[in-house]
Design a protein around this ligand. Structure first.
Ligand code: 5GP
Length: 191
């Protein structure tokens, strides 16, 4: 069975211009307060390993989530990383792992940022598989526009998979109560 193209760098992205729109009419009771996360320190660290100089933009959506400026559905956090539900899930349990410190993508990440993120990715991969009885997990990670990146704060997608079940097309917002129920399942699987 043909799967969806995993390198969809031009999918519709409703939150790109108005990330608050999705949450505007939703009761805040569903959202875990991300303000408890370590505050983002303003940084203009630059990526220079590939000869390209690109500044970190601290107004990206995930930086705002880390600062608690917009809500997110928290699944897990530790000193270095934060994990939350993707609002346009391509599979049940689709979640994202991000470092709490500024980092544009893999190209400017420190070894510590990558190591701590991957530790959380592994932890959450086990949790989502357990929560959804999945047979496998797909990890996705995009770097720069040409690499399909839409949000410029390093993040890893975790997608629980079942044999023969394709990923859903990107760009479709999930129902908030569905996301909340799935998040509760994942948090329970962590215990
Ligand atoms: P990427 O940069 O990996 O191409 O895509 C960004 C991902 O972030 C997408 O899967 C998208 O659904 C998700 N996303 C975009 N805006 C928000 C948001 O405001 N909250 C959450 N939880 N996820 C978001």
């Amino acid at each position: 069975m043909a799967d969806v193209d995993l390198n969809q760098d031009k999918w519709p992205h409703p939150t790109r211009h108005d990330p608050a729109a999705f949450f505007r009419d939703v009761s805040p009771s569903w959202a875990v307060d991300a303000a408890a996360c370590a505050p983002q320190k303003r940084s203009h660290k630059r990526c220079n390993r590939g000869g390209r100089m690109t500044a970190y933009d601290d107004q990206n959506i995930f930086a705002k989530i880390l600062r608690g400026e917009i809500p997110s559905i928290k699944l897990y956090e530790d000193d270095d990383t934060y994990c939350f539900m993707d609002i346009m899930p391509r599979a049940d349990g689709h979640c994202l792992v991000i470092p709490k410190t500024p980092c544009r993508n893999v190209l400017d990440a420190s070894h510590d940022q990558l190591a701590s993120a991957m530790k959380t990715v592994q932890l959450m991969s086990h949790a989502v598989m357990k929560a959804f009885g999945a047979e496998g997990v797909t990890l996705q990670q995009f770097n720069e526009d040409a690499g399909g990146q839409e949000v410029y704060h390093l993040h890893f997608h975790i997608l629980p998979r079942h044999a023969g079940v394709s990923l859903r097309p990107p760009g479709k917002m999930a129902e908030m109560d569905v996301l909340n129920a799935q998040a509760a399942q994942i948090r329970a699987a962590l215990e």
